[in-house]
Design a protein around this ligand. Sequence first.
Ligand SMILES: NC(=O)c1ccc[n+]([C@@H]2O[C@H](COP(=O)([O-])OP(=O)(O)OC[C@H]3O[C@@H](n4cnc5c(N)ncnc54)[C@H](OP(=O)(O)O)[C@@H]3O)[C@@H](O)[C@H]2O)c1
Length: 364
Amino acid sequence: MALQLSSAGFCVFRGRRALTTRAVASENVTTLKEEDKVRLGSSDVKVSKLGLGAWSWGDTSYWNDSGWDDRKLKAAKAAFDASIDGGITFFDTAEVYGGAFMGAVNSETLLGRFIKERKQKESVEVAVATKFAALPWRFGQGSVLSALKNSLSRLGLSAVDLYQLHWPGVWGNEGYIDGLGDAVEQGLVKAVGVSNYNEKRLRDAYNQLKRRGIPLAANQVNYSLIYRIPEENGVKAACDELGITLIAYSPIAQGILTGKYTPEKPPAGPRGQIYTPEVLKELQPLLARIKEIGRSYGKSPTQVALNWLTCQENVVPIPGAKNAEQAKEFVGALGWRLTDQEVEELRSLASKTRQAVGLRLDRL
Ligand SMILES: NC(=O)c1ccc[n+]([C@@H]2O[C@H](COP(=O)([O-])OP(=O)(O)OC[C@H]3O[C@@H](n4cnc5c(N)ncnc54)[C@H](OP(=O)(O)O)[C@@H]3O)[C@@H](O)[C@H]2O)c1
């Protein structure tokens, strides 16, 4: 609760007026500027306040109705280009995205291709984050460096801006953290982070890197209006205390907070197992209020849900976009701000929804 009050306090202090000067209330497309960038933790890497997630690109295991084709490829490329056009220049991928399943294409390979094609036309600044898969048969620091070199080769880059451990290792993390340190010292990455780390693992990683003079820049975790575990388990507070950026994944709850899925029209595929018609029914009051608040700003529910996250401070959401329209909509989530009352009202409404939905969302 203390955390929630202090997060709200930031919003009160900042106020609405000062941050609405560049708001483009009546249109969803705008272009972000240099002041819309933030530093990742205490590293030297600056990224747009909102990034773009590339999990769905090339994936056939969870997204894309189990199939990848030319049309989806063109749409993903258009999402990349629209994002750059709007000033969202931070992209998140992983070595395991788009791999292993029939017909899948590796997401790093696609992102690398999109960057190369864009750079052939003009000079663009892109920040790339990717991740090491802590698979049980990968031991020690050497495995981090060899996986990173493979990622760099797929991306066609000599270094990435952020390299993250995708999840904690089964046998411990010390070797992997040493591997991150080696990657920094060899100039293969500009900043390092972790993902899905609880408070204890986060503090351990922070301290181990600190002994080598390297800052732990980010922890990437599931965080959205309807999945607020980082507020409850100490992860958000520890990030704030240690100066580690919280990168929020699934920030629009895999499309649910856009309001386009209803009890009558639930999502197909694996998402439908989580967001059943019953869960979606419980979410309707929250979704209706998000929509109503958005209307008063000329903003969509997606933009309100993302803006709510940025109001928590020290949070960089990385929503996934499959096409240009979705990417353009994300740009309009920045450059304006919900009031502190709206932030708290939505938090409280989401908490009631969570109680009603019970444990079902904990499967996320
Ligand atoms: N570290 C980790 O363990 C981890 C785990 C998960 C995700 N991530 C990262 O976080 C990123 C984002 O998370 P996510 O992809 O799980 O979920 P998300 O960003 O909450 O939702 C993305 C999905 O919502 C739908 N959508 C996006 N924009 C929309 C719009 N404007 N209007 C309507 N629908 C829209 C699209 O799916 P449909 O069009 O099919 O509805 C899209 O694929 C990933 O790409 C990945 O980079 C990391």
